[in-house]
Design a protein around this ligand. Structure first.
Ligand code: TEU
Length: 581
């Protein structure tokens, strides 16, 4: 345990666990916890800095476990904490079985797992199987070993096209902009082969046809499962397999068209996204997870826009859950929301898997800022909305309504750190502060994802708002806005009108009401612009997106509402209510 000075936040003890959590943990089936789980995403670099270097770390997470307990979540998912040169914020890994020194040590990681478990919190890590860092020992060996060597077989090396091989092997594009290929200089100084990187140049794609690759990832899964990790979020779970021969993609891939490609329906076979052969890997991984007495779980990060394609990842012998990005991408429009929910439920129930509901994560513009804009079906990164005029008050009001919808729906849910504080995207980060590789790879045209990654404000009235310990020399790795004093966890605690207290109360009710979480819903017939459903015998959630004020059901008792009701007791637009009927 990290030493703490008096007055600092401390890890909560068993006594701090809310009564309802203790009761439920005794009665709920531990094997099925993930079907209803609310999982808090800890973006480690920006969550809490324990050692004062301006970067979040494991000590910081340990010091805030009490906060997560009080919030009432079931588990945390921690973004990659492995050794990494940080070319893509830890998604460029050099060793999958250790901890980045800037984040802490393996011993601290194990201590965190023990402390979280003692508090009834599960812990999910993030595994990055599509690519390693270019500093990974395998990749360094591949570059050194030369053309045709077995070391190169673990990655995707190809000769260039054109007479002198100066053209990339095919036209595939990097998600972060530009070609997906980089030409290496061979050890004799000559220009050599090209390697594939679907993300940054520092993230060479692995060759998943190679048995070493499969065996090594299985080893890493076991390494962490043996230490008590409860599951993994699988990064870009829909890539990994590339079509043999690496055929060119038939449609345009510049950024705007790239967004459209993801929104494309019906699904079309693609040479490197969502290939059928990828499922075999996850069947193997599932067998490993199921070999543990308290089975471990997976959540797929797969940007697959068609619910029927996504459902293939969560068939009974594959992954347990998948992020529901169709929901995340849905604009604040009643018909979009209802159709997305209905389609999600249908596709998930066909494979017997619980849905997840996600509003934000570390790759997309924060939903307060999305909902602050005129609503339309957005592009994939959702950053395109940011150019529009914004009304953040409207954005926050809708975000309050959205979380009651999210937590009322059947299945599990994710909370991205800071959304419970109502944080908006930081849209005015100075260009010199931007760290996301997207900024440079796009020729400084796309500012990338830093605006949703700004360090969390915990307390006090000025930066670093308790993110780093008092007196730290280093500033937070991204600058925090000057006007966040009212948004700190400290400032919101105890204020019944705050976003934080809304989340706490919603999570408290959700835990106490057995008709919430996993299960089914019955839609209610409501005016256009509103949606609503009943769960169990007496729980009703109404969401008024854009209709005139709507009536609550007869004799309804309000459990929680996102906004004050009208003087005559009706639900206004941009508001949700939970009631008991
Ligand atoms: O993201 C996968 C992905 O394709 C997108 O989320 C993408 O980064 C975004 O849409 C760009 O606008 C995962 C991680 O969540 C992300 O942080 C990593 O950068 C990426 O994989 C590479 O590992």
């Amino acid at each position: 345990m990290q030493e703490q000075s008096p007055g600092e936040h401390s890890v909560c003890s068993q006594d701090d666990i809310p009564e309802v959590r203790r009761t439920l943990s005794l009665i709920s089936d531990p094997g099925d916890w993930w079907r209803s789980a609310v999982i808090y995403q800890v973006y480690i670099r920006s969550f809490c800095d324990g050692n004062g270097d301006g970067l979040g770390d494991i000590a910081g997470i340990r010091s805030r476990l009490s906060y997560l307990c009080e919030l009432g979540v079931d588990a945390l998912w921690i973004n990659p904490w492995y050794p990494s040169p940080m070319a893509d914020a830890g998604y460029d890994v050099t060793d999958y079985r250790d901890v980045e020194p800037r984040f802490g040590t393996l011993d601290e990681a194990e201590a965190l797992l023990g402390e979280a478990h003692a508090l009834g919190l599960r812990v999910i890590l993030d595994i990055v199987p599509n690519h390693t860092s270019d500093q990974h020992p395998w990749f360094r060996a591949a570059v050194a070993a030369g053309h045709g060597s077995p070391e190169r077989e673990r990655y995707v090396f190809r000769p260039g096209r054109g007479e002198d091989g100066s053209e990339p092997p095919n036209g595939w594009r990097s998600v972060f902009g530009g070609t997906a290929w980089h030409r290496i200089t061979e050890s004799d100084g000559s220009l050599g082969e090209w390697y594939l990187h679907l993300f940054a140049r520092e993230q060479p794609d692995l060759n998943w046809e190679h048995p070493d690759v499969r065996a090594d990832f299985e080893h890493s899964l076991r390494f962490w499962f043996d230490r008590g990790v409860d599951g993994f979020r699988i990064d870009v779970a829909n890539s990994l397999i590339k079509q043999s021969g690496l055929p060119d993609v038939e449609w345009p891939q510049a950024s705007v068209e790239f967004d459209q490609e993801f929104a494309r329906a019906p699904w079309q076979a693609h040479p490197h996204w969502d290939r059928d052969e990828v499922h075999e890997i996850y069947r193997d991984w599932r067998r490993i997870a199921d070999s543990y007495a308290d089975p471990r779980v997976f959540v797929a990060e797969a940007w697959v826009d068609e619910p029927a394609r996504l459902a293939r990842y969560i068939r009974p012998d594959e992954l347990h859950t998948a992020f529901n990005f169709t929901y995340l991408r849905s604009p604040w429009l009643a018909d979009h929301l209802q159709n997305t929910v209905a389609e999600t439920l249908a596709e998930h129930s066909a494979v017997g898997a619980p849905p997840t509901w996600v509003l934000s994560n570390h790759d997309v513009a924060r939903h307060v800022s999305r909902y602050a804009r005129p609503q339309k079906k957005p592009g994939r990164s959702l950053m395109d909305l940011l150019g529009q005029p914004a009304d953040l008050e409207v954005g926050r009001r809708r975000a309050r309504a959205a979380v009651l919808l999210t937590l009322g729906l059947p299945g599990g849910a994710y909370i991205y750190q800071g959304e419970e504080l109502g944080l908006a995207e930081v849209e005015d980060l100075p260009e010199g502060a931007l760290r996301d590789p997207t900024w440079e790879r796009s020729g400084q045209t796309d500012r990338g994802r830093d605006g949703c990654r700004v360090p969390i404000p915990w307390s006090g009235t000025d930066p670093p708002y308790g993110f780093s310990p008092d007196g730290s020399k280093a500033a937070p790795w991204l600058p925090q806005p000057a006007d966040w004093a009212g948004l700190t966890a400290e400032a919101q605690t105890g204020d019944p009108l705050s976003m934080l207290e809304l989340y706490r109360e919603a999570l408290r009710i959700r835990r106490a009401d057995s008709s919430l979480g996993d299960g089914d819903l019955a839609w209610l017939d409501l005016p256009e612009g509103a949606l609503g459903f009943q769960r169990g015998a007496d729980f009703v959630c109404l969401v008024n997106v854009s209709a005139d004020p709507i009536d609550l059901p007869d004799a309804a008792v309000v459990l929680l509402s996102s906004t004050e009701l009208t003087a005559d007791g009706r639900l206004p637009a941009d508001a949700s209510v939970w009631c008991s009927v």
